[in-house]
Design a protein around this ligand. Structure first.
Ligand code: NDP
Ligand code: 2IT
Length: 446
């Protein structure tokens, strides 16, 4: 980096101990060098210095009472990163690994992802180090109510609209929404991912996984390929992984593996998705339980081994940094020729360098998994209009949005790097330009 090294140095100095945030910022700044060369006025207006600093960071105590009557204390976060093009928008993550640096990396990436959707949404993210695993429904409800008691003071349908992420699905959104309504006496679209019948949008549950496959389909077709008849490995077995599997199968692919944080299953005959949905969505069980349904499947402890399975296309849909350089090399050595990121930042920057050296078709997260938040924005539109669109209407809009994200990212990639497949640069640049123009137009307060 040349022009932006000082911005990055200042991020390192101001945000010690936040390696995921540093990683996400580095990847974006590296792509933006040619953009600021063309637009020195953006550098001079401090757009880059400002965009790496959240507009607001909220941290709060969440105390709640467990089933034994003990007081538990967790930490809650909401980082309102950038509101240049719309209200802050982004999910809530409940996972014991959550800390400020992780929420900041997610919020930072959300700015560019949300811009790429073409819809009017700014970037934000939140969550807690609360671990939903093994908790009763009452404990989940108690935690969500306490979390929302504080969060409700900072959000609103035109201010900041949270949604789900790891550990936050329909059940949690229900408890959070109920508490917001109790406190504010408002029935508004303050959260997305709501249940059908009380403001939720059809196809939001499926949107991230489906959108990932729609995005990859555009990339594959532009390169004379498709999902049809291909072998696909998908990590995770949560919301994104399940609906990526469903759409990949509908597109004619054979999905042979899924995982959770304990291990992975390999089923050469192809994953039986109805079994996975029952295990994960109904019973809240472990992926290992798949063996109770299919004796011919294999289970292996540890999640990294999933990348040693031979496949054409890999779709990481679990968590950040799940593919490092070594796993990337193994995938490539085994003949994998495309990677699409359903999770946020699942590949380390060193893994991405491996993909690029091997000329893999690579769909980076900001572009490839934007279908979830795009459909959240469609849910906001429906709530504002007090209307509900059909599944087919929402799905058709999602498909159109993923196509336009692919087109704008590949066009920016061609324009700035001469390689329309360099979607890392293309997504970062296309997402950035819209936000930079808005920040420039809106001026600096002085
Ligand atoms: P879920 O909570 O539904 O599922 C998460 C899955 O990932 C589970 O199988 C979980 O396994 C696994 N996982 C979580 N943490 C780890 C870890 N540290 N190591 C290994 N596996 C892990 O979350 P989602 O499916 O919603 O989210 C998955 C990814 O997609 C995340 O990166 C999220 O940020 C991203 N994303 C989600 C969107 C959405 O709309 N939901 C939109 C865009 C991106 P276990 O059960 O063992 O914890
Ligand atoms: O990472 C993401 O884009 C999400 N977790 C979805 C956010 C949203 O507001 O729907």
């Amino acid at each position: 980096m040349k022009l932006l090294q000082s911005v990055y140095d200042s991020v390192l100095a101001r945000n010690p101990g936040q390696p995921e945030f540093h990683q996400a910022v580095y990847e974006v700044l590296e792509s933006l060098e040619p953009v600021v060369e063309k637009h020195p006025e953006w550098l001079k207006a401090g757009i880059l210095d400002r965009i790496v600093e959240p507009e607001r960071q909220i941290m709060f105590r969440v105390s709640w009472i467990d089933d034994q009557g003990n007081v538990q204390v967790n930490r809650g976060y909401r980082v309102q990163f950038n509101s240049a093009i719309g209200p802050y928008k982004g999910g809530l993550r409940f996972h014991p690994s959550v800390n400020l640096g992780i929420i900041k990396f997610l919020g930072f990436e959300q700015i560019f992802k949300n811009s790429l959707t073409t819809l009017p949404i700014g970037g934000g993210k939140g969550g807690s180090d609360f671990d939903p695993k093994g908790k009763s429904d009452r404990e989940i409800m108690a935690f969500c109510q306490s979390f929302m008691t504080e969060l409700s003071m900072h959000i609103g349908a035109d201010t900041d609209v949270p949604a789900g992420d790891i550990g936050v699905g329909a059940r949690e959104i229900g408890f959070l929404y109920g508490q917001y309504k109790r406190l504010r006496n408002e029935f508004t679209g303050v959260l997305t991912g709501k249940g059908l019948g009380w403001g939720g949008s059809l196809a939001r549950t499926e949107a991230t996984g489906y959108g990932l496959c729609y995005f990859m389909d555009n990339l594959l077709k532009a390169n004379g390929k498709s999902f049809d008849g291909k072998t696909v490995v998908i990590s995770g077995s949560g919301n994104v992984a399940i609906y990526a599997t469903e759409k990949a199968q509908q597109m004619g692919a054979k999905v042979v593996a899924l995982s959770d944080s304990n291990g992975y299953i390999y089923h050469a005959a192809g994953i039986d998705l109805a079994a996975v949905k029952e295990i994960k969505e109904v019973k809240r069980g472990r992926i290992k339980d798949y063996l109770n349904y299919h004796k011919d499947a294999e289970y292996h402890e540890g999640c990294r081994g999933i990348w040693t399975i031979k496949c054409d296309i890999a779709l990481p849909c679990a968590t950040q940094n799940e593919i490092d350089a070594e796993s990337a090399k193994t995938l490539i050595a085994n003949g994998c020729w495309a990677v699409g990121e359903g999770a946020n930042m699942p590949s380390t920057n060193e893994a991405i360098a491996q993909y690029q050296a091997a000329k893999l078709l690579f769909g980076p997260a900001k572009a490839a998994n934007a279908g979830g938040v795009a459909t959240s924005a469609l849910e906001m539109s429906q709530n504002s209009q007090r209307l509900e669109w059909t599944f087919e209407e929402v799905d058709a809009k999602l498909k159109g949005i993923m196509k336009s994200i692919y087109e704008s990212a590949s066009k920016a990639a061609q324009e700035y790097t001469g390689d329309s497949n360099n979607l890392v640069a293309g997504a970062n640049i296309a997402g950035f330009v819209k936000v930079a123009k808005a920040m420039y137009a809106q001026g600096v307060a002085y």
